[in-house]
Design a protein around this ligand. Structure first.
Ligand code: NAD
Ligand code: UDP
Length: 337
């Protein structure tokens, strides 16, 4: 199929581009490069041996999206483009609703105009809000606690209405848990601007010596070692999940919310120890107060993805840490004088 990846030069988009193109799909990337770099296209060429067209544009620019759908005869869209920092969303709600909600509406308008009905949307486990039970199934009540989460929830509701309005629509809302890791080549990975918000890139920078210590946000949660527990999933497994969703949608109209997680939770301290083992480096840490808005534990029941998509995560915690470390080393070498 000819598949458009909005946000395709970003972290999850670039890994998904590798998987889809290696499965024989023709992949086109559209990105405004607000949180990524056009050089990713060169890295994708090195990994796959293929040239993937990059359209430098904003998803809110409907004519650009429509022109891209026409020019490349696109049959399905994977919509990654959006802003994703929870804290920033509290400061800049308008930007978040504009990029995430208005951006999605614009993509939908372009798809409607061009008769493209297959969409995979990047949603998030954040749509579950504070867990009422664990592991989280797709029928767990939704409820967001910040503008980022609300933007994902609004989009999911819009997509459900759209699928109800017209049985031609085939939509998967993939609710990602905590994507980590990198492609085994070390050529692409997560490269956040400034101080990382997320645990894994922060740990990697401490192991590399770029930061002195990790702050562990609270050790008084009701978890086995008191630190927060999350369902970390390798980004290459996540990428495979998108390919499986596109296959599933061929025969299954409607709007399908589906968890993509491993079902296994790890604490912050377990992540620190796993990274130390994989990298052979020390990761000094200091316990600090809880981060506002954090929940004690969050992990998926991934059964629905297994049943519907015939997909389940394959890669281990060690794979997640080893590939992150490999990418951090490549990055660190590039960035040091
Ligand atoms: P990312 O920032 O690396 O990738 C997003 C890409 O979208 C970037 O390349 C950015 O330049 C682009 N973009 C942003 N706004 C755009 C716009 N208006 N028009 C065109 N391009 C635009 O983030 P990621 O981690 O790859 O996340 C991809 C998607 O997955 C996002 O929608 C995010 O909310 C969702 N998600 C991510 C996580 C995570 O932890 N990484 C978890 C759950 C959901
Ligand atoms: N965390 C931490 N120090 C950091 C970043 C994160 O202790 O510098 C903890 C955080 O409190 C949570 C876990 O690591 O328990 C995962 O946080 P992340 O921001 O990566 O993901 P999310 O909170 O969005 O699930």
């Amino acid at each position: 199929m000819n598949i458009l990846l909005t946000g395709g030069t970003g972290y999850i988009g670039s890994h998904t581009a590798v998987v889809l193109s290696q499965l024989g799909h023709r992949v086109v990337l559209l990105d405004n490069l607000s949180n990524s770099n056009a050089q990713v296209v060169d890295q994708l060429r090195r990994i796959t041996g293929l040239d993937m067209p990059l359209v430098h544009g904003d998803v809110r620019d409907t004519p650009v999206v429509q022109h891209t759908l026409e020019k490349f005869d696109i049959q399905a869209v994977v919509h990654f483009a959006g802003l994703k920092a929870v804290g920033e969303s509290v400061q800049k709600p308008v930007e978040y609703f504009s990029n995430n909600v208005q951006g999605t509406l614009s993509v939908l308008q372009a798809m409607q105009a061009h008769g493209v009905n297959t969409l995979v949307f990047s949603s998030s486990a954040t749509v579950y809000g504070e867990p009422q039970f664990l592991p989280l199934t797709e029928s767990h009540p939704t409820g967001a606690t910040n503008p980022y989460g609300r933007s994902k929830l609004h989009v999911e509701e819009i997509l459900a209405d759209l699928a109800r309005s017209d049985p031609k629509w085939k939509i998967a809302c993939l609710r990602y848990f905590n994507p980590v890791g990198a492609h085994a080549s070390g050529l692409i990975g997560e490269n956040p601007n400034g101080i990382p918000n997320n645990l894994m890139p922060f740990i990697a920078q401490v192991a590399w010596g770029q930061r002195t210590e990790l702050q562990v946000f609270g050790n008084d949660y009701a978890t086995p070692d008191g630190t927060g527990v999350r369902d970390y999933i390798h980004v290459m497994d996540l990428a495979q999940g998108h390919a499986a969703a596109i296959d599933y949608l061929k025969q299954h109209p409607g709007c399908h919310p589906i968890n993509l997680g491993t079902g296994q939770g790890y604490s912050v301290l377990e992540m620190v120890r796993a990274f130390e083992r994989a990298s052979g480096q020390a990761v000094p840490y200091r316990v600090t107060p809880r981060r506002p808005g954090d929940v004690a534990a969050c992990y998926a029941n991934p059964q629905k993805a297994h049943e519907l998509l015939n997909w389940q995560a394959q890669l281990s915690l060690d794979d997640m840490c080893t590939s992150t470390w490999h990418f951090q080393q490549s990055l660190g070498r590039l960035e040091s004088p």
